[in-house]
Design a protein around this ligand. Structure first.
Ligand SMILES: *Cc1c(COP(=O)(O)O)cnc(C)c1O
Length: 490
């Protein structure tokens, strides 16, 4: 009756691997601070930044890398970033205040996303660059600057709905940004408000993994920049947003095998692979596979800085097929990027204690209940499927050697839907109450973005950890400053 495991082992770089190799410390932390517990590793964000920088260097491009703050609320990550030369992209009043308080000066901040009057005022008051979403927002900003006699505000025009030279529309619809084809009326408005706004450039952010869509958008932005120059405006930058992605699963073969078997499970040619026969977007209609897999491509050989590299090397059809990077360089445009998820790749993990392990039916999967809510470990919300790492309470366990088990992971809410993942998870050995499960690479959107206080259960605490010589040290996230970590910025 042996279980045929389908593993999706996480991609782990040196720091997270080293942290997982310190189970004694992690157990002590959970004992002291409760479950769940988020651990962020600030020095990693500085390393990730360097990878992006080296892509800029290899294409001889200048410009700024703005961390999209919404990916993680952590103070430690932001303060560590303040000790580098990076910027931050803020999307709310609170995020702007947080960035200013972490030591990021206004020249290193862009304000994007939906804005309320207070957010707009503080952005203009402190002279951060404002990403303008619509003609209405431009008019609103201009009015704020005039009414309060503020200095002219630096703006980027966010565009969307790019069309290729032909009729085929490549970029998907977005609720954000002004349609690129209406750029003329938008630029008219910029000229009307010339006394109070200063056009820095144009921007887009597309939530897609498709390189072609992003390349078409960047090309579209270059055309709008030409239009600006022909009007005598002097824009200097193009901001390509974020969405560079992260590889969560190490082994492409495991991912291939898993998705193939999931398809078979939906078609009923193998036992189910998810709670309640869930198909992650796939369904069986009379023996025919329908729908499409609604999952994050968990194994991504080209993600993060490498994705940016490929984007920059993409040819621009309406500019004689020349690479996008060459066109940016020719006009000496600054390239701005706003990576969120990719900049916090490998920057943290979430720990949860195993409370209960039981069998519901003989020979069936084990039901494992964790001391955490699904909202605390939001990988599933983002369609990310990846295995947790089990850290046994006892380093050596008596009894027969390990053999694989199939489990379902439940959260601690009194709610049928509180599943950490609907997927059947395979583990190399049966977990026991008191063990820890470490969900790696949760720093991008999976720690605090969805966290709730449902049922008066606490939101997981967050700590920062860093390596000092051969050992790990830590403090509460809010206590961390770059002066704290001896191994980090001085
Ligand atoms: C969310 C967001 C980003 C970051 O996206 P990632 O996929 O996390 O890289 C960047 N720019 C804007 C405007 C965003 O809304």
């Amino acid at each position: 009756m042996g279980v045929q495991p389908l593993y999706l082992e996480p991609r782990l770089e040196e720091r997270l691997r080293s942290l997982l190799d310190s189970p004694g410390l992690l157990h002590t932390l959970i004992d002291a601070l409760g479950s769940p517990l988020h651990v962020v590793v600030p020095d990693q964000i500085a390393d990730n930044l360097q990878r992006f920088r080296s892509v800029y260097r290899s294409h001889r491009l200048s410009g700024q890398i703005f961390f999209a703050h919404k990916a993680n609320r952590s103070s430690a990550l932001l303060r560590r970033l303040a000790a580098t030369d990076a910027g931050v992209d803020v999307a709310s009043l609170g995020e702007l205040q947080h960035a200013l308080g972490a030591g990021l000066t206004p020249d290193r901040i862009t304000a994007t996303g939906p804005k309320n009057p207070e957010f707009l005022w503080l952005a203009a008051r402190t002279s951060v660059t404002v990403g303008i979403d619509s003609p209405g927002e431009l008019a609103h900003l201009a009015a704020v600057v005039r009414r309060h006699a503020l200095p002219p505000c630096r703006i980027l025009l966010r565009l969307s709905g790019f069309e290729t030279a032909g009729v085929r529309i490549l970029s998907r619809r977005s609720r954000f940004g002004s349609p690129a084809r209406e750029s003329a009326s938008l630029l008219d408005a910029v000229e009307r408000h010339r006394d109070v706004v200063d056009l820095v450039g144009v921007a887009f952010h597309l939530d897609t993994t498709s390189l072609d869509e992003k390349a078409a958008a960047l090309e579209g932005c270059l055309r709008v920049l030409e239009e600006c120059r022909s009007r005598g405006l002097r824009p200097s930058a193009v901001d390509v947003g974020g969405g560079f992605g992260v590889g969560y699963v190490a082994d492409g073969g495991q991912w291939e095998r898993y998705t193939t078997e999931l398809t078979a499970a939906v078609l009923g040619t193998r036992p189910p692979l998810a709670w309640g026969g869930h198909g992650y977007g796939l369904r069986n209609e009379g023996g025919t596979l329908r729908g499409s897999l609604g999952l994050y491509p968990a194994h991504r050989p080209v993600a993060g800085a490498r994705y940016l590299d490929e984007l920059l090397a993409s040819p621009a059809a309406s500019f004689g097929g020349r690479p996008l990077a060459a066109l940016l360089l020719e006009h000496l445009y600054d390239l701005h990027t706003e990576p969120g998820r990719a900049l916090v790749d490998q920057c943290g993990l979430t720990l949860a204690r195993v409370l209960e392990v039981r069998t519901q039916q003989a020979g069936g999967e084990l039901l494992v209940r964790l001391e955490a809510k699904a909202d605390d470990i939001a990988l599933e919300d983002h369609g990310v499927l990846v295995d947790p790492v089990v850290l046994p309470r006892e380093a050596t366990r008596p009894g027969p050697g390990p053999h694989p088990v199939a489990v379902h992971l439940f959260g601690s809410l009194c709610l049928e839907a509180d599943l950490i993942t609907r997927r059947t998870v395979f583990l190399p050995r049966r977990p026991e109450p008191g063990d820890l499960m470490a969900f790696t690479n949760t720093a991008g959107y999976c720690m605090d973005f969805h966290a709730t206080r449902a049922q008066h259960q606490p939101v997981g605490r967050k700590i920062a950890a860093w390596q000092d010589g051969g050992s790990w040290r830590w403090c509460l996230d809010d206590q961390y400053w770059p002066t704290t970590s001896v191994g980090g910025a001085q």
